[in-house]
Design a protein around this ligand. Structure first.
Ligand code: ADP
Ligand code: MG
Length: 318
């Protein structure tokens, strides 16, 4: 079923450096959310805060009635069992084969017998398409396979919430497409709450139910995919359409002069909203809403060509 995460007024600094402040959002149970943002905006810090690896300066994170920003270590230990995390590099032990890597959380956190461990490991390896690669060392396989193995390991304790830190980083577009399909199929199958951190605009446009955008030390927007893809808000529009014109500059925000020089420059029209990627068996996920439903409910006319099957999803300029 998955578990809801309610984040309220969350802020995080390191020393005097504010990473982000006043972040409030609800990650709905069982849905897929993508958190987007330029590099260095604190996406990984956000994930680490959600699992209690980092303490926020203020605010709360409610999961099943427990505030993990302020709960005891003991409660935190219990809550953490709800999470499966796929770290950016897969975070595999280099000297252990994939089987032992995937079995690790089971041997560490449960009292299961080796034959039970074996059944679970093989089931998860199968789920991520790695059956037969159990004896390989992480160094012997491709980056895409390492991510799949990391995913199998994130799933062994049957998590209610799965966090992905840039699952698409370092993968070519074809591998990314396969991994995104795997993520969607998994969500359909295990029904957990998924939060994917990425800076890949195409993933954000086609995969999730909801999108958030972290920018310039705050959460610029969070809402249903169709809301952000039809938004005229300058930062959201620029980022989701990978455009140069807009408030986001090469390294930070643009200064007043840079922005003034863009004045009068015509923005390209919003591209069509692509159809959301479906599970490979063609049966919609439980949390998936019919195309155009959000726009219709909110009286928004989506850009021309939206939700047509011919628009497979690539953003122009992406
Ligand atoms: N443990 C830490 N101590 C101090 N600064 C940190 C720590 N972790 C991350 N940061 C800083 O927080 C900022 C955001 O980092 P990060 O979350 O990794 O960005 P992203 O994942 O969006 O690329 C960076 O400026 C980084 O240097
Ligand atoms: Mg990161």
């Amino acid at each position: 079923m998955g578990v809801e995460i309610v984040v309220n007024d969350l802020s995080k600094s390191f020393g005097k450096q504010l990473i982000w402040g006043d972040v409030s959002l609800t990650i709905p149970a069982g849905e897929i959310c993508v958190m987007l943002g330029p590099s260095g905006t604190g996406k990984s810090v956000f994930l680490k805060t959600l699992i209690g690896l980092l303490k926020p300066d203020k605010g709360s994170i409610l999961i099943e009635g427990t505030d993990i920003a302020s709960c005891s270590e003991r409660d935190l230990y219990e809550i953490r069992k709800l999470f499966g995390v796929l770290f950016q590099d897969g975070a595999m032990f280099g000297s252990m084969n994939l089987y032992d890597n995937v079995a690790f959380p089971l041997r560490e956190h449960t009292k299961k017998s080796e034959s039970e461990v074996r059944a679970i490991v093989m089931e998860k390896m199968d789920l991520v398409g790695l059956l037969g690669a159990e004896d390989k060392l992480p160094g012997e396989i491709s980056g895409g396979m390492r991510k799949r193995a990391g995913l199998a390991r994130a799933l062994v304790l049957d998590p209610e919430i799965v966090l992905f830190d840039e699952p698409d980083s370092g993968l070519d577009p074809v591998r990314t497409a396969f991994l995104n399909q795997l993520i969607i199929d998994l969500n359909a199958q295990i029904d957990a709450t998924f939060l994917i951190v990425t800076h890949d605009v195409n993933t954000a446009r086609t995969v999730p139910d909801n999108i958030g955008l972290l920018y310039h030390r705050h959460l610029a927007m969070f809402g249903p995919r169709e809301q952000l893809l039809s938004s005229e808000e300058p930062v959201v529009r620029q980022f989701l359409n990978a455009q140069r014109v807009g408030p986001i500059g090469m390294s930070e925000e643009k200064d007043a002069d840079e922005l003034a020089s863009e004045e009068g420059q015509e923005l390209p029209p919003l591209p069509p909203i692509p159809l959301q990627q479906e599970p490979s068996n063609g049966i919609p996920r439980r949390s998936q809403r019919p195309p155009g439903e959000w726009c219709k409910e909110h009286g928004i006319t989506p850009p021309p060509g939206s939700f047509e099957t011919s628009n497979a999803g690539l953003a122009p300029g992406a």
